[in-house]
Ligand binder design. Structure first.
Ligand SMILES: NC(=O)c1ccc[n+]([C@@H]2O[C@H](COP(=O)([O-])OP(=O)(O)OC[C@H]3O[C@@H](n4cnc5c(N)ncnc54)[C@H](OP(=O)(O)O)[C@@H]3O)[C@@H](O)[C@H]2O)c1
Length: 297
């Protein structure tokens, strides 16, 4: 039998560490928050449904607080950033959506692009002056099938769910590298990293009217992918282990669906500094928020 590699019981004690986890109300984010709180971290559950967030916080125990965040609404992103006044060590941009229909966010962004990367970009940029250690962006290896259409980033001309989701994750990965490069150039000690949960039996396929599809997706995920505590390992590793900026943590099995926690590769487009720089400029224009890396010391 293959040894499991890194597991959450290897987390160091995190007492005194403050971590924001977006989308901590379900799925991989909930398991990430649970493990971090179990290791002694103070976890801010940034969730769009505060009542559900409070139930999750009570269930997790430890030191948790709930902050409201709807990534599909920049006003909510700003309010969330304003509500977090104390320094935080780690921001985990975990929340994500896989849309079935073409929908716009409150600000007119395509839903996957808005929720999975423009919202996290704005939240990160607004919180950056208060982040002391690292930003972990939860990406997806589906990005390898994507390419960014710079002439139509919101896919107004040609939309499909897979195209929107994979494209948003490609943008997220390219931006992670660009953010990390900017942080290093400014002399900041903060690093930007990415993680991938493998194929996780989460709530992401749980859509109204698609109960049977969701049940099948869960069964397949549990057969060839990860249960939720296992899926959270890559994020936890990226949060807590000594890591170089820009690293992408996932699993080493077939298709990266499961396996041992390992550094994994990204597509050529996701690694291209011109794509990252383009995305940062685009995101600043779309959101009106500019990244100002914290000064060292
Ligand atoms: N599942 C996989 O196989 C897989 C593979 C690769 C990458 N990922 C990524 O892993 C991350 C976690 O997803 P998951 O699989 O754990 O899915 P999930 O169970 O559906 O959890 C997603 C979380 O994001 C939250 N969320 C969705 N839209 C939001 C919004 N507008 N504002 C704030 N929060 C929002 C959800 O809130 P509610 O609880 O209110 O719905 C939920 O807490 C995502 O970034 C996803 O793309 C997943």
């Amino acid at each position: 039998m293959q040894r499991p590699g890194w597991t959450a019981d290897r987390l160091p004690r995190l007492d005194g560490t403050r971590v924001v986890v977006t989308g901590a109300s379900n799925g991989v984010g909930l398991e990430t928050a649970r493990a971090l709180a179990g290791a002694g971290a103070h976890v801010l559950l940034a969730v769009r449904d505060p009542a559900l967030g409070r139930r999750r916080a009570a269930e997790i125990g430890g030191s948790c607080e709930v902050v409201e965040l709807d990534l599909a609404d920049l006003a909510s992103v700003r309010a969330c950033a304003e509500a977090i006044t104390d320094p935080i060590d780690v921001l985990v941009n975990n929340a994500g959506v896989y849309p079935l229909r073409r929908e716009d966010t409150a600000d007119g962004f395509e839903l996957a692009l808005g929720t999975n990367v423009l919202g996290p970009y704005a939240l990160t940029a607004l919180l950056l002056p208060r982040i002391t250690d690292r930003v972990v962006n939860v990406a997806s290896n589906s990005h390898k099938a994507a390419t960014i259409d710079r002439a139509d980033p919101h896919l107004r001309r040609r939309w499909s769910g897979p195209r929107a989701y994979a494209g948003s994750k490609l943008a997220l990965l390219a931006w992670t590298l660009d953010l990390d490069r900017r942080l290093r150039e400014s002399g900041s000690p903060v690093r930007a990293l990415a993680a991938e949960p493998g194929w996780a039996a989460s709530n992401i396929s749980n859509k109204p009217g698609l109960g049977a599809v969701h049940r099948i997706a869960q069964r397949v995920a549990l057969t060839i992918g990860n249960d939720l505590p296992t899926a959270a390992r890559s994020t936890l590793f990226a949060v807590a282990e000594p890591m170089p900026g820009g690293a992408y943590v996932g699993f080493d099995g077939v298709g990266t669906f499961r396996g041992r926690v390992a550094l994994i590769g990204r597509s050529a487009e996701a690694s291209d500094p011109r794509v990252g720089a383009w995305f940062t400029a685009f995101a600043a224009r779309e959101t009106g928020v500019t990244v100002a890396p914290p000064r060292p010391g």
